[in-house]
Design a protein around this ligand. Sequence first.
Ligand code: MG
Length: 166
Amino acid sequence: MTQELPIRVGHGYDLHRLTKGRKLILGGVQIPFHLGLLGHSDADCLTHALADAILGAMALPDIGHYFPDTDENNKNMDSKIILKKALSEAENKNYQIGNIDLTIITEEPKLSPHIKNIKNTLSQTLNLETNRIGLKVTTNEKIGAIGRMEGIAAFAVCTLILKNIN
Ligand code: MG
């Protein structure tokens, strides 16, 4: 029998296209803006990147495996459901989140006023203290697709810690 790893590291990335007529939701928080993210679910790229980081740490398939975009039941889905599913997959294998570190890349809108709210929302969704949640926002210096505001991208890294079985 192979020994379970005490710590696992996961990484996730996601990007969604910015478009008119959609809500902008990042980390489960609706951000006031004249553009929103296009996708089958609510298109919350930050939450998707984080869910993929958790699944990746467990060497499980990505979120598209659990929530295919061909399934009408997933249309406009609250991505916090996707995140909770990823967490439950890790917990079922006796792991808990150690810490997470997130980066959003976008030219606009300014997200600094929303960082506290996003952290609190993720904290509640994951039942994880905010001092274990890193969240940074950066621009792409007007370079490339993100620089032209064609989309918003997010990176996520997380550690998962094996729970004490004793
Ligand atoms: Mg996505």
